[in-house]
Structures are given as structure tokens and as C-alpha cells.
Design a binder for this molecule. Structure first.
Ligand code: M6R
Length: 608
């Protein structure tokens, strides 16, 4: 999604800003732009497409400046184009960058048109520049104009604005869209993503909704929604360059798949002791609250929702609790009934997903026992808005397709299932068994990654097809869904997932030699039934690719049977995810797609 970076410095900032845009490329974008203050004028450059094109323009024009703003845009209002790219300007005086969506943009546009402003883009963001210009004509400072302007806005925004008549200050504002200040040496920075400025500082201030701030090279002032000057906490976070570089790998996605043994270890580390989970690992007082929980409600989106659907099985089997899972984008609109003592859980890699955040805010107004998040970004809005939390400690995930975030979410959800069971005095023996299995998990993940060579061999057969079907039963159905999501998002092959028992109720009609069927077949009490479902596919000429436990007997005429490493049944969903990630990656490699930034997608979806 869109990315903002701004810098006020004692040195030239053009390079810093473009490097920051590069760091945010993983979020997904379609155009980029920059505005640099140069004494009495502003250099304004925009390009459709990659940041490297903007960089080329900069090399040609060589603008020098100590104050500027820059942006990567992911289209919401208006197609991807140079005209719609940010920064937007008004009267050659005010230049702004904006993330978010202005919901009342039509009425504001009409108002501005009547005041004589004309629009050069189809975006909602351009009106922000004009409104600031409008208020600047009757007010002296950008800060005053910003307050008058945001009073008129409905929706979500992170904004950075500069004024041609002021070469020292950048004014920024935040509401429901992330924005932070970075404290550098002889320079102040602002960004929507700490990765953008992580090379320049390890000191960050995360703004809150309603905050407005003024930054210059040597000072900053933050004001709350009532315009009172306030202090916000400074967080020290080291964002190593190693974490945001591909190293020896061709893509971030590949790197992140192979980081999973360490990532999983980091999720478990410090959270288990002896043969049980430690107390209060979700925050002080969490164990006590957990003893009262009677029901769980989880909301999440995409991959994170698949993790929720696996975990619902664990909450039932280990914690003996019923669980409901919902798409975050749907939850609020179904008039949910909230039972007494229900724990509201969100799952989000980024912690900034607008649908999940909106559902959390809605839940906080309802009668839930408490709110808890499973998140990879401790400084994110969802983490800060939740009463309890556990961080997956997976390290930055840059590839748009979630890989290590998913497996570590599953591990964190297992820790939640165990903690709830412990607080509710349920299943001590089973808890001990799972703890032993968790300790072995990083090694089994490493073992599973060795399947890469077998997967490379089958990838061409799937890469040449237009469709694919994924099958799994029970706790493996959400894993089949995750496999289908991975394949479609990075290889653009249409893929669907079904619980294998459903095949004969309709989808069997799709089976022919052009429909590869990828099936997950672990050892389980319904393994025999699943094998029968696969026989139905075989009998109709379907090509099967089966990831299975070595004990399962199935003979294939075409396709491939790949044996999976042994693992405790409760943790097998984590292991069976890995070959599906590898398969999608290898298929996408053959189809030469933009693996880390697939078309039309964004890493962090900050609009509803
Ligand atoms: O950051 P979140 O976990 O809240 O993101 C939710 C989804 O947008 C995300 O999981 C998406 O489905 C993945 N990129 C798919 O690989």
C-alpha cells in the first residue's frame, strides 16, 4: 500500500528519500513521486511504475534540497498514472503526500471547485493540498491550516505537507493510518513505515490518531487533537539492514521461506518451560483473564484468517473452548451477538490491516471479556490498541505473500491454546506432549525444507496449467486454502481449495487432465476416507500431487507422492504448509511473475 517518507535535514535529502521509497517497495505500489524544497520553488518529480524510474529522473535533474516529501502510491481513487501520483500540489505553493482514504471527498471537492480550485488528478488526496492552500490564505502557519483542514476530513489519513514559503518545516498529521517520526542526527524524518528510515535512526515516535506534528532539521513539536503540545514516548528499535535485504536469495519470499526454522524458534523462545507454557506470556494478568474465558471470537484477513481457522481446532481439542472465526471485513456487518466471557482475538502480521483494526475498534465498544492480538510488529496500531498481545518475532516480512508470518502465527496460536488450557486446568498431559513437539519443531521445519528438490521437479507440470485444486480435510482444509491463496497470488493461476469430502458434491465435475489436484494426506483417523476421495480423482483422469505421511498407501498413475517428515499430529498443519509455499514459489519462478510484489497487491492493506 502507499508509503510516505519525509525529511528535514542539514544535508541533501533527495537520496535519503528515494532510498526510503525503495525500502517501502515491498508494500506494493504503482507510481512514485517526490517534492523537494529549493529556496523559492519546489522541484516536483513523479513517475508511473517503479521507484528506479523516479531515481533515473532525479539523476538527470539533480535537484538539491534539505527538505522534502516522497511517496509510493497504490491506486484507490483513480487509475495508476503520473497525474494521480503523489505529491499533489496546490497553486505551486502547497505540496502534500497522503496515505488513506478521504470518505467525504466528493462534497469537499465540490466546495473547493466553488472556491475556484481546479483538479488535475482523479484522486481524493489532491483536495488535501487545495484545502491546505485555502486555509493558508487566511492563516499564517501550516500548522493552523492543518488543524482547520483535518477538521473537515472524514476517513483515514497520514499526511505530510510542505509550503514553498517555508524552507524549514514539514507538518504531518495522522488518523487511522500509521505515521511516525524518526530522530536522526542533525535531521528529523517522518514515515509511514519504520523500515523506510531504519537505516538512518533507531529512535522512533509513533504518532496517535488525531496527532499533528511539526518537524524541522533540529526540532519537533507534537500536538494532540485539541492542539495541546504533548510528549510521546521514544521507542528504540534496531531495524538491521540484513533483515531488509535479500542476501543470497533471489527473492524475499524465498529468503523468508528458508528463515522459518529460526523464525519458529524465536516464537517459542522464552515462552515455554519444563513441560508447560509459562505464565502471562500474553501480558501481565493474561493468565488470570484466561481462566474466565468461555468462548473465543477471532477476526483476521487472508493468510492470517487461515491461521485462525487452524487454531479453532486447537482451542477445541486442547483448551476445550468453542471458537468462531470471521473475515475482519465482514465481522462488524453481521450484527454479531457477543456471548458472556468471550475473548476477542485479532491476528495480523502487519498490525495495520484496516479491516482488522476496524473490527478491533468495534469489538472494544462491545461486551468482550478482553482483546488480544497475535502480531508480528510490536509497534503497530493493532498491537497498541489490544489489551493483551504476543509477538510472533518472525522478523520483517517483506514479500507480499505471507510465509514465515503464517507459520509463526500458528506457533503463537498454539501457545495461546496451551495458555488457555493451563489457566482453565485442562489437559495437562496433552500440554506436555505439545510442548515436547514444539521444541522439536524448528528441526522438523528444516527437514521439510529439504523437499525443495522434489518440488522443483513437479513445478513445471503445474506452471503449464491455468487452474489447480487443493484438497485437505479437517484441520488441513485451511492449509489447503492457504496453499491455493499462495499459488494464485504469486503465479496468477486460478486455484481453489475444498475439503476433500465435498468433491463429489460438485467440484468433481472439474476434474480432467488439465486440472492438477494437490492433496494433503497426513496420518489421521480420516486418512482412509481421504484416500477414497483421491481415488475418485484418479478414476476421472485427474493428476494428483500428494503430500502424505509415509504410512499412507496410495498408488498413483500420474503425478507424484511426496513423503513428509514425521511430526506430532497437532503440529502437522505447520509442516504441511511449507511444501505448498515452495511449490507456489517454484511455479511463479517458471511463470516469471513479480514474486515479491505481485500485481495489484499490497503487503499492508491499510484501506477498508
Ligand atoms: O498483515 P495482515 O496479516 O493483517 O494481512 C492480512 C492479509 O492481507 C495477508 O495475510 C494476505 O492475505 C497475505 N499477503 C497473503 O499472502
Amino acid at each position: 500500500m502507499c508509503g510516505i517518507i519525509a525529511a528535514a535535514s542539514t544535508r541533501n535529502v533527495g537520496k535519503i528519500l528515494v532510498q526510503g521509497l525503495h525500502k517501502m517497495e515491498y508494500r506494493g505500489y504503482d507510481s512514485a513521486g517526490i517534492a523537494l524544497h529549493q529556496e523559492n520553488q519546489i522541484a516536483h518529480l513523479r513517475t508511473l511504475g517503479k521507484v528506479s524510474l523516479l531515481e533515473e529522473k532525479m539523476i538527470l535533474e539533480k535537484p538539491k534540497s534539505k527538505l522534502g516529501i516522497a511517496h509510493t502510491r497504490w491506486a484507490t481513487h483513480g487509475e495508476p498514472s503520473e497525474e494521480n501520483a503523489h505529491p499533489h500540489k496546490s497553486n505551486e505553493r502547497v505540496y502534500i503526500v497522503h496515505n488513506g482514504i478521504i470518505e467525504n471527498y466528493l462534497s469537499l471537492k465540490n466546495f473547493l471547485a466553488k472556491e475556484g480550485y481546479s483538479f488535475t488528478s482523479e484522486t481524493d488526496s489532491e483536495l488535501i493540498a487545495h484545502l491546505l492552500d485555502y486555509f493558508l490564505t487566511t492563516n499564517n502557519s501550516m500548522l493552523d491550516a492543518m488543524y482547520l483542514m483535518i477538521e473537515k476530513l472524514e476517513g483515514a489519513y497520514a499526511i505530510a505537507a510542505i509550503d514553498r514559503n517555508d524552507k524549514s518545516n514539514i507538518v504531518i498529521a495522522r488518523n487511522k493510518s500509521p505515521l511516525l517520526i524518526g530522530l536522526g542526527e542533525d535531521e528529523l524524518l517522518a514515515a509511514s513505515d519504520p523500515l523506510a528510515i531504519g537505516q538512518l535512526t533507531n529512535q522512533f515516535i509513533f504518532l496517535e490518531d488525531g496527532d499533528v506534528a511539526n518537524i524541522s532539521a533540529n526540532s519537533y513539536q507534537i500536538y494532540d487533537s485539541l492542539k495541546n503540545q504533548i510528549k510521546r514516548e521514544i521507542s528504540e528499535i534496531d531495524i538491521s539492514s540484513e533483515a531488509s535485504s535479500k542476501g543470497e536469495y533471489k527473492h524475499f519470499m524465498e529468503k523468508e521461506i528458508f528463515e522459518q526454522p529460526v523464525a519458529v524458534l524465536n516464537t517459542i523462545d522464552g515462552r515455554v518451560g519444563g513441560d508447560d507454557v509459562l505464565e502471562n506470556i500474553f501480558g501481565i494478568g493474561s493468565s488470570d483473564v484466561f481462566s474466565k474465558v468461555k468462548r473465543i471470537q477471532i477476526v483476521a484477513c487472508g493468510t492470517s484468517l487461515h491461521a485462525a481457522r487452524v487454531a479453532a481446532n486447537w482451542f477445541s481439542a486442547i483448551s476445550e473452548l468453542p471458537t468462531q472465526t470471521d473475515y475482519a471485513s465482514e465481522y462488524r456487518y453481521r450484527n454479531p451477538h457477543v456471548d458472556e466471557d468471550t475473548l476477542f482475538v485479532t491476528i495480523s502480521q502487519s498490525g495495520e490491516t484496516a479491516d482488522t483494526l476496524a473490527a478491533l475498534k468495534y469489538a472494544k465498544e462491545k461486551d468482550f471479556l478482553s482483546t488480544l492480538t497475535i502480531c508480528n510488529v510490536p509497534t503497530s496500531t493493532i498491537a497498541r490498541e489490544s489489551e493483551f498481545s504476543i509477538f510472533t518475532n518472525a522478523g520483517p516480512e517483506i514479500g507480499v505473500a505471507s510465509t514465515k508470518a503464517f507459520t509463526t502465527q500458528l506457533v503463537a496460536l498454539m501457545l495461546l491454546a496451551l495458555s488457555l488450557a493451563k489457566s482453565r486446568s485442562r489437559n495437562p498431559k496433552l500440554r506436555g506432549r505439545v510442548i515436547t513437539a514444539l521444541r522439536q519443531l524448528p528441526d522438523i521445519v528444516s527437514e521439510t525444507l529439504k523437499l525443495k528438490d522434489s518440488i522443483v521437479k513437479i513445478a513445471p507440470e503445474i506452471a503449464s496449467k491455468d487452474n489447480a485444486l487443493f484438497l485437505g480435510r479437517g484441520i488441513f482444509y485451511p492449509i489447503a486454502k492457504e496453499g491455493a491463496l499462495k499459488l494464485k497470488e504469486i503465479s496468477y493461476i486460478h486455484a481453489e481449495a475444498y475439503p476433500a469430502g465435498e468433491l463429489k458434491h460438485g467440484p468433481l465435475a472439474l476434474i480432467d487432465e488439465d486440472m492438477p489436484v494437490i492433496a494433503l494426506c497426513p496420518e489421521s483417523e480420516i486418512a482412509e476416507k481421504l484416500v477414497s476421495n483421491l481415488e475418485e480423482v484418479k478414476a476421472r483422469g485427474g493428476t494428483l500431487y500428494v503430500f502424505s505421511d509415509p504410512s499412507i498407501s496410495l498408488e498413483l498413475k500420474s503425478g507424484k507422492l511426496i513423503n513428509m517428515p514425521k511430526c506430532d499430529f497437532l503440529l502437522t498443519p505447520i509442516i504441511y504448509t511449507i511444501p505448498l509455499q515452495l511449490l507456489s514459489y517454484e511455479v511463479a519462478m517458471i511463470r516469471k511473475t513479480d514474486i515479491d510484489q505481485p500485481r495489484n497487491l499490497a503487503k499492508s492493506v491499510t484501506v477498508e
